[in-house]
Design a protein around this ligand. Structure first.
Ligand SMILES: *Cc1c(COP(=O)(O)O)cnc(C)c1O
Length: 377
C-alpha cells in the first residue's frame, strides 16, 4: 500500500492525458464581450455541453460572471441546463419537435420557433393550457438552414394578434461573419433590420461571436457568442480572447530508431537520421484527428515537450502518437512526462488548422478519456 498520496495525485499520475479547462479565463472572456456590447445583453451559447467543455462546470461559471440568458441546441440539453441553472433564461435553438411542448413548459425552456407549423403548435399549446409561454422566432435572413422566410415573417407581422403567446426574441443567424468583409453579412444585417422593425416591442438578436466582434450595428438587444468564450478566434485571422483549453498527453515510452526506419502504422514516415521518439498516450479516439499526422510527404502537428516544439512523426493511432524528440537535450524527456498538444504557445486555432478543420470541431471532439481539470470558476 502506498502512503501519502492523495486521490487527486493518484488520478493525475494515472491519467493518460489531461484536459485543463480554465474557468477564470472563460469568465474573463464573457466579461470582455459583455463590455464590448455596451447596453446590449451578452448571452452565452452552451450547446453540445458547452462546446465539449462540460456544461456542469461551464454554465455556473458563466452565470457567476453575469450571464443570464443561455442557448443550447437540443431539448435534452435544455432540461439538463435547467437543473444546473434554475433561474436562467434558456433558449433551445433547434426548436420544437412535434409533441414536445409539455417538456419545454415543464422545464421553462423557450424554443426558437423557425417555421409556421412550429409557431402554430406552440400557440395551440399555449391556448389549450391557457398560459402565455415565451418563445423566440427564428428568421432566415440568408443562411437557408432554419427560420421563417421573409414572406412568412411579413405575414406573421400582420397576423401576430392571433398568436396565443408573446414572442420574447426575434433572432437570426449569420452565415459568413467569420470571413471579414464578406458582403453576405451586410445583406443579412439589412434584411434583419428591416424585418425586426415590424416587431418593435420584441428584443432582437443577430450576432454570434464573429458578429459581436464585427461591430455595434450587429449587437441589437442581445448577442449570442459561443466560440469566443471558449478561446477560439471568431474572425478569420483575428485575435482570440484568453485561451481556455490546454491538452496534454503522457509520454509512455522513449525509444530510438535507426535512420531510414518507418514509424507507426503504414510506415508512413521514415526517419531521416537516427531518431529519438517519444510515444504519447493520446490518439484519434481523444479528438486528435488522424489528419494531424505526419508523413514523408507532409509534416503534421507538433507537441511542446520540455519547452521545445517537437514535430509529430508518423500517423496518429487510436490511442497513441509519436513525437520526434531528437533535438531535445539528453535526459530532457522521460517516461511519465507531459507533452502539450494545445496550449503552451500552440493555439487552439493553429492546431485546428493543421487538422484541416475549425476550433469548434476540435473542442467538441475531445471526448471523455482525458482527466478533466477545471481551474478557477
Ligand atoms: C452556435 C450558434 C451561435 C454561436 O456561434 P459562435 O460562432 O460559436 O459564436 C449563435 N447563434 C446560433 C443560432 C448558433 O447556432
Amino acid at each position: 500500500m502506498m502512503h501519502g498520496i492523495s486521490p487527486e495525485e493518484s488520478a493525475l499520475r494515472e491519467a493518460p492525458s489531461i484536459l485543463t479547462i480554465d474557468l477564470s479565463a472563460l469568465a474573463e472572456n464573457w466579461r470582455t464581450l459583455s463590455r464590448k456590447c455596451g447596453r446590449s445583453e451578452c448571452a452565452a451559447v452552451v450547446k453540445a455541453s458547452a462546446y465539449g467543455l462540460g456544461i456542469e462546470r461551464v454554465a455556473p461559471a458563466l452565470w457567476n460572471a453575469g450571464a443570464e440568458t443561455f442557448f443550447v441546441a437540443h431539448l435534452s440539453e435544455g432540461v439538463r441546463l435547467r437543473e444546473i441553472l434554475p433561474q436562467a433564461v434558456i433558449y433551445v435553438l433547434n426548436g420544437l419537435l412535434p409533441g414536445t411542448a409539455p417538456t419545454f413548459a415543464r422545464s421553462q425552456l423557450r424554443p426558437a420557433l423557425g417555421s409556421t407549423p412550429e409557431i402554430a403548435e406552440w400557440s395551440d399549446f399555449c391556448a389549450a393550457e391557457k398560459v402565455d409561454l415565451p418563445a423566440a422566432i427564428h428568421l432566415d435572413t440568408g443562411m437557408h438552414r432554419l427560420g421563417l422566410s421573409v414572406d412568412e415573417t411579413l405575414r406573421l407581422a400582420d397576423t401576430r394578434r392571433l398568436l396565443a403567446f408573446t414572442p420574447s426574441l426575434m433572432m437570426s443567424h449569420l452565415a459568413c461573419a467569420d470571413e471579414k468583409g464578406n458582403p453576405a453579412t451586410e445583406r443579412q444585417l439589412a434584411v434583419f433590420t428591416d424585418l425586426v422593425r415590424r416587431f418593435p416591442d420584441v428584443p432582437a438578436s443577430l450576432a454570434n461571436s464573429a458578429g459581436t466582434m464585427t461591430g455595434q450595428d450587429y449587437h441589437f438587444d442581445l448577442v449570442r457568442p459561443g466560440i469566443a468564450l471558449y478561446g477560439g478566434a471568431p474572425i478569420g485571422g483575428g485575435a482570440a480572447l484568453n485561451p481556455v483549453v490546454k491538452l496534454q498527453a503522457r509520454v509512455i515510452q522513449v525509444l530510438t530508431a535507426e535512420r531510414g526506419e518507418g514509424v507507426g502504422y503504414g510506415g508512413a514516415e521514415h526517419t531521416r537520421r537516427e531518431t529519438r521518439i517519444a510515444t504519447l498516450s493520446l490518439g484519434y479516439a481523444d479528438g486528435v484527428f488522424r489528419s494531424v499526422g505526419s508523413s514523408d510527404a507532409r509534416p503534421g502537428a507538433a507537441a511542446i515537450i520540455a519547452g521545445r516544439r517537437c514535430p509529430l512523426i508518423g500517423r496518429v493511432s487510436m490511442d497513441l502518437m509519436s513525437v520526434d524528440v531528437t533535438e531535445l537535450p539528453e535526459g530532457a524527456v522521460e517516461r511519465g512526462d507531459l507533452a502539450t498538444l494545445i496550449g503552451d504557445g500552440i493555439t487552439l486555432d493553429a492546431f485546428a488548422a493543421v487538422a484541416g478543420t475549425i476550433s469548434y470541431e476540435i473542442l467538441t471532439s475531445l471526448g471523455h478519456r482525458h482527466l478533466r481539470r477545471y481551474l478557477g470558476g
